[in-house]
Design a protein. Structure first.
Length: 86
């Protein structure tokens, strides 16, 4: 849910994920993004540059999944009376 939420506002590079999702290890992030890609929720783009750059973006299916996740996060924040970790 965190990775999908991080992509709601547009494509991200690996470094941007690391800064946004504080506390997640590189290994877990890579595994998560790979699973999301395998399930058709995320596309992975490798840019042909001298220092290879990889970007991730939600697919149409991923954007469809993001909507209910936003509502769930808002519900938890409202019912919990504060911020959530979703």
């Amino acid at each position: 849910m965190l990775a999908i939420g991080a992509l709601e506002d547009g494509p991200k590079r690996n470094g941007e994920f690391t800064r946004r999702l504080v506390g997640i290890s590189h290994k877990v992030l890579s595994q998560t993004l790979k699973r999301l890609e395998d399930h058709g929720l995320v596309t992975r783009t490798v840019y042909p540059e001298v220092s290879a750059r990889v970007g991730y973006e939600l697919t149409e299916l991923g954007h469809g999944a993001a909507g209910p996740l936003v509502m769930l996060r808002e519900w938890v924040e409202t019912k919990g009376g504060g911020s959530s970790t979703l």
